[in-house]
Design a protein around this ligand. Structure first.
Ligand code: FHN
Length: 443
């Protein structure tokens, strides 16, 4: 029996292909990472939301679809794509400064253009643009230097460039008349194979919009990933269950969710660069969302959309670095941290109000969140409670309390029954969030 078959039967193999890797071990880095950088970069950065002088509504990377641009016209963008300011090391350094532990970049989005040197299709950045470089190779090398993991977004189903790919009805008619497997066999599968063979360790493959993906088609990708890089994770949008769940775009659940999951999210409204999208989320909001997600058990994959010159917009950089500065002090309460043991602090359903589907409205609370590690509770304070913080329902005994920003400044605690009171300084230590660490012992 071949080694790969043995490994698949046992569990999963490590990168070396020798020792089997349990699912728990395979998820370890993801469990600890918590925060990643998503990069949507492609030809759509050239029109940047505008086609023939007209602003096209919607997200930037969908411009070909929204404006129904014929393949022959859209292809013309390739000869203009020359991102001379692209610097892989600067991008990876930004992720590092932001406190992010992994990067996921669009190797091919729905427009069908490969952002790496593909042998399976000449519609790629090396063969079809004046740039001629392979930015994914350069990123892989920069990630290896800075010890940041690299994963690939790959649009397995939608490919608006291919007659048999899903999604392009304006050039090629309806999907149900297409030979979808012909497209999968000749482009998507060979390209995923290339990505898993030529770019070193791939931490995950981020499949998306599984139109026409049935179980059998999905299984072909799963088998390939397991065979080529058994440690590579598969996201939740392939077409059958992956290694973790992908939540909806920008969709943070209301409560704690068991298992592994991730929220893909934008810094403004678009994923791919759009010149008139300036609705930037503030560092306060981003920090709150990161903590909120971790306190519910998930990971936050936050997106940047670089320009056609290869530059990550300045507001994205500034806001991400602000979160990174906060993480430098408070990272202990994020990386590898588990969800809240409480829950009331997350908000409550208001039964007197219903949404458009007639469901009761959940009203989030935003004063504080809790993340955990063995023997530790971390209370992230977003609204300063005044002279003291009160916590109800704590079974364990608190043996020490301090702020992560001032570990030597032990704070006074009083614990009566399951009610804890911690004396606080007058002012918060950080306008983004002050983290109160509570060391506990089981009673
Ligand atoms: O259609 C895509 C979209 O362009 C973007 O890539 C997002 C990221 O999660 N995924 C799809 C929509 O959910």
């Amino acid at each position: 029996m071949k080694l790969s078959v043995v490994c698949a039967a046992l569990a999963v193999c490590s990168l070396a292909g020798a020792q089997p890797l349990s699912q728990d071990a395979k998820m370890k880095w993801f469990r600890e990472a918590k925060f990643g950088l998503f990069i949507h970069w492609g030809l759509y950065a050239i029109p940047a939301g505008e086609w023939k002088g007209q602003a096209i509504p919607g997200i930037g990377e969908w411009i070909m679809n929204r404006a129904k641009i014929p393949v022959k016209e859209y292809e013309g963008l390739a000869s203009q794509f020359n991102p001379v300011k692209f610097n892989a090391d600067e991008w990876v350094k930004l992720a590092e400064d932001a406190g992010m532990k992994y990067i996921v970049i669009t190797s091919k989005h729905h427009d069908g253009f490969a952002m790496y040197g593909s042998k399976a299709s000449s519609y790629n950045i090396v063969d079809a643009t004046p740039f001629k470089r392979d930015p994914i190779k350069e990123l892989a090398a920069a990630c290896a230097r800075r010890k940041i993991r690299l994963g690939f977004y790959y649009s397995q189903a939608q490919d608006w460039h291919e007659p048999n790919g899903a999604g392009n009805s304006w050039d090629f008619g309806p999907d149900d008349k297409k030979d979808f497997d012909q497209y999968l066999r000749t482009k998507a599968e060979p390209q995923v194979r290339e990505l898993l063979s030529g770019y070193g360790p791939v931490c995950l493959i981020w499949f998306d919009t599984p139109y026409l993906m049935n179980k059998e088609r999905s299984q072909r990708f799963i088998d390939m990933v397991h065979q080529l890089q058994p440690a590579t994770l598969i996201d939740g949008r392939l077409g059958s269950a992956g290694d973790y769940r992908s939540m909806g775009d920008n969709a943070i659940p209301n409560n704690v969710v068991e298992g592994y999951w991730e929220v893909p999210a934008t810094l403004n409204r678009t994923w791919g660069y759009k010149k008139d999208d300036n609705e930037w989320k503030t560092p306060e909001d981003l920090t709150f969302k990161l903590v909120d997600i971790v306190s519910k058990g998930g990971n936050y994959l936050l997106n940047v959309g670089p320009t056609a010159e290869g530059v990550i917009p300045q507001p994205s950089q500034t806001n991400l670095r602000a979160v990174g500065k906060w993480l430098k002090v408070n990272g202990e309460a994020i990386y590898g941290a588990g969800p809240t043991p409480f829950g009331d602090e997350l908000g409550a359903t208001d039964k007197t109000r219903t949404d458009k589907n007639g469901r009761p409205v959940f009203v989030p609370a935003t004063a504080w969140r809790c993340t955990t590690k063995p023997g530790r509770l971390y209370i992230h304070l977003f609204k300063w409670p005044g002279a003291s913080f009160e916590l109800n329902g704590l079974k364990d005994k608190v043996i020490k309390a301090y702020l992560l920003s001032n570990r030597r400044g032990t704070l006074k605690v009083k614990q009566v029954g399951d009610k804890l009171t911690v004396a606080l300084p007058r002012q918060p230590a950080d306008p983004l969030a002050t983290v109160l660490a509570l060391e506990t012992r089981a009673n």
